[in-house]
Design a protein around this ligand. Structure first.
Ligand code: HEM
Length: 206
């Protein structure tokens, strides 16, 4: 009887030790194989082309939660959603002036064109009032522009298919910010969210 209890105890200890070992190994290998930094997460979510076929785990590119800001209206977020979803239909032209920029941003599609016009008029109004929307994915250049908004002159004109913007400043530092921002808008227009993710990864790496 005593012998039976002893061997039962031994079997339980063996199961316990092996079970614990197997569990620990499982946790070790699961953790070891996973990286949690922004860059590796991004690489797993997207292939080089941005969206791989058969990739089952993607960013939420329908609701785009990154377009929400600390101070944004539904209209502003919806305009940005339309702009990013339809970015391939945007035609953008930028001229760097000695004291600023002249940009033209146009689209044949009416919904996209309305979103662009609305975005520009609302965002330029914010800039003139110094009211930073603090959108999650916005670039550091935009924050810099909101710091110096009083030194920027903006003129907006509608064109047949969109909007033309002239922004100038007598401060050469501000002119640099305006030109950098205009180039960022062109990059986002051409490549959509891929451009945003790349810029955010560069900022994270630095
Ligand atoms: C494909 C994406 C985008 C397009 C096509 C676009 C378009 C524009 C255009 C045409 C302007 C006028 C200045 C210029 O022509 O360079 C502008 C200004 C502005 N945009 Fe966007 N935008 C985009 C993304 C964003 C995002 C993600 C934010 C985040 C908050 C944003 C916020 C602003 C602000 C605050 C301004 C006023 C600042 C200024 O005019 O210098 N935009 N945008």
């Amino acid at each position: 009887m005593e012998y039976k209890i002893k061997s039962l105890k031994r079997i339980i200890s063996i199961i316990f030790v092996f079970g614990f070992g197997a569990g620990a190994s499982f946790l070790f290998f699961t953790y070891k194989n996973s990286d949690h930094d922004y860059k590796s997460m991004h690489e797993r979510h997207h292939s080089q082309s941005g969206m791989a076929e058969g990739n089952t785990h993607k960013h939420d590119e329908v609701n785009m939660p990154g377009l929400q800001g600390k101070d944004t209206t539904d209209q502003e977020v919806n305009d940005l959603k339309t702009i990013f979803q339809e970015h391939k239909g945007i035609k953008r032209d930028v001229i760097n002036l000695a004291n600023g920029i002249k940009t033209t941003t146009e689209a044949h599609d009416v919904k996209l064109r309305d979103a662009i016009t609305s975005h520009v008029s609302m965002m330029v109004t914010r800039l003139q009032q110094g009211k930073n929307p603090e959108v999650m994915i916005q670039s550091p250049t935009l924050d810099a522009l909101f710091e110096v908004y009083e030194e920027i002159e903006t003129e907006i004109e509608t064109t047949e298919l969109g909007v033309a913007v002239i922004q100038t400043s007598s401060n050469p530092e501000v002119v640099k910010f305006l030109q950098t921002h205009a180039a960022e808008v062109s990059d986002m227009s051409a490549r959509g969210m891929v451009a945003v993710h790349e810029r955010m990864m560069r900022t994270t790496d630095e």
